[in-house]
Design a protein around this ligand. Structure first.
Ligand SMILES: NC(=O)c1ccc[n+]([C@@H]2O[C@H](COP(=O)([O-])OP(=O)(O)OC[C@H]3O[C@@H](n4cnc5c(N)ncnc54)[C@H](O)[C@@H]3O)[C@@H](O)[C@H]2O)c1
Length: 435
């Protein structure tokens, strides 16, 4: 049966490469609609955790949902890529990081594409979801897939449909977030819309895969630049004795033409600090530059240094040097109420404070020990937040405002506080320094 017929009768199998923050929730959406899903991942521990333990390894994704789908046999995961010939639809959700020279590292996407090419058969649709520069799908991937001799739009189909997952968002979930989609040909687009329409409420088709790739980059560049803007204004207003948080609250009452963005200790997460530089890199190929992106990157990267200056200043006001001071960082994840450490500015803060000779501990109930990551290897365990523990530190540095923090209790027991998130915004006290 043709792919369209299979999709119309819900008689198709979906393969998802990359069982991470993006791939796993998407797999569960298809499985919940009785569409069989095979997950592909190189990490054997993820394969075991899902198939054998029937558990989740991501805090905001419930083990119950995984158990249900695994037991119904609508969902399984494998590391055996020869099974890529089984699914009718293959969706790629692998990382797109930067390399050490801050250039796009497309190796995960390209390796996945090469694996698909080995097993590609007539009637399959391939869709890339990983954030990337325009041209990845219809230039880089297409070249590998057409080298098989199969024709795009006729024998196989190719789309780009960016992921807009917002971990822990209480209002929007995978299915209710509209999904942009571009196809390499008209047939690719039509089939892509039909397939994603099975699990996503609203599909937004665009004229090309390049337009879809660019739309995702625009969304993330918009965030990066606006966060940089409020971070810059935070520093300027602070010098003038004006509180940026009060200013944003007031400006937000404008019912049109203003969207609030908030300052912080620096950018975190897998997307916003990284994705804009995919465009910067590609722009060079066209003899053009992207100054806004570079400037925003510079400002956001400088934020942890600004926070450390504030820490030094606060300690100095209390006749203490940073060297030898005991500091506790509250919140290690890059965003409140999640367990994701990727690019978290808290890690940079630990490094900078330790470089200055401070003794640094941290609390994060979602990250109880710090795993070894590419840049850092801290051997630390989360310290419990109790009144007596707080009293042990010379300074409390709020980096991520997890909802479980009892700010009143912390304020009562802390000697000094540096607040990068306005967690203590409801209190007026000389021992609170905003950064
Ligand atoms: N996390 C988010 O909130 C989010 C939001 C929007 C877009 N994105 C984009 O989605 C993509 C995936 O991000 P993520 O957060 O899901 O990453 P992740 O690191 O959570 O998951 C990626 C998974 O892919 C696996 N993997 C890597 N290479 C593989 C290969 N060749 N074959 C099979 N499996 C492989 C890894 O083991 C891992 O389990 C990225 O491009 C990211 O920019 C992420």
């Amino acid at each position: 049966m043709e792919l369209k017929g299979k999709v119309n009768t819900n008689n198709f199998i979906v393969g998802i490469i990359g069982m991470g923050y993006v791939g796993l929730p998407l797999a569960l959406e298809f499985a919940a609609k009785n569409i069989k899903v095979i997950g592909f991942d190189l990490d054997p521990s993820k394969v075991k955790t899902i198939n054998k333990d029937k558990k989740s390894y991501i805090k905001h994704i419930s083990s119950k949902k995984i158990k249900e789908q695994v037991e119904r046999k609508t969902f399984s995961v494998t590391s055996d890529f020869s099974k890529l010939s089984v699914p009718d639809v293959i969706i790629i959700c692998v990382p797109t990081p930067l390399n050490i020279n801050r250039e796009p590292d497309l190796s995960f996407v390209m390796n996945s594409t090469k694996e698909i090419a080995k097993h590609l058969r007539k009637g399959q649709l391939v869709s890339l979801e990983s954030t990337t520069y325009p041209g990845t799908t219809d230039e880089d991937m297409l070249k590998i897939l057409t080298a098989t001799g199969l024709k795009v739009g006729k024998d196989f189909f190719l789309c780009f449909s960016p992921e807009r997952e917002d971990p822990n968002n209480p209002v929007y979930s995978t299915s209710s977030i509209p999904k942009v989609l571009g196809g390499v040909t008209k047939q690719c687009k039509e089939l892509g819309v039909l397939i994603y329409g099975k699990v996503i409420e609203k599909i937004v088709p665009v004229s090309s895969t390049k337009a879809a790739e660019a739309a995702k980059l625009l969304e993330n560049i918009y965030r990066s630049i606006n966060i940089a803007l409020v971070n810059e204004l935070k520093v300027v207003f602070d010098k003038m004795g004006i509180d940026i948080w009060e200013v944003i609250k007031a400006a937000s009452t404008k019912p049109f033409g203003f969207t609030a963005f908030y300052p912080g200790p620096g950018l975190g997460g897998h997307c916003i600090p990284i994705d804009p530089f995919y465009l910067t890199w590609k722009a060079r190929e066209y003899d053009t530059s992207s100054k806004f992106i570079e400037l925003a990157g510079e400002i956001n990267t400088s934020m942890p240094f600004y926070v450390v200056e504030k820490v030094i200043h606060a300690l100095n006001d209390h006749k203490k040097s940073i060297k030898g001071s005991r500091i506790i960082i509250l919140g290690l994840a890059y965003k409140k109420d999640i367990d994701d450490l990727r690019e978290s500015p808290s890690l940079k803060l630990i490094e900078l404070l330790q470089d200055h000779g401070a003794k640094v501990d941290y609390n994060d109930d979602y990250v109880t020990t710090i795993p070894k990551v590419r840049k850092y290897n801290f051997n630390k365990k989360s310290v419990k937040i109790t009144p007596s523990n707080i009293r042990n530190y010379d300074l409390v540095l709020l980096s991520t405002e997890h909802s479980y923090y009892d700010y009143e209790m912390i304020l009562k027991n802390a000697k000094l506080i540096v607040d990068t998130r306005n967690g203590f915004g409801n209190f007026k006290n000389k021992k609170i320094y905003k950064a």
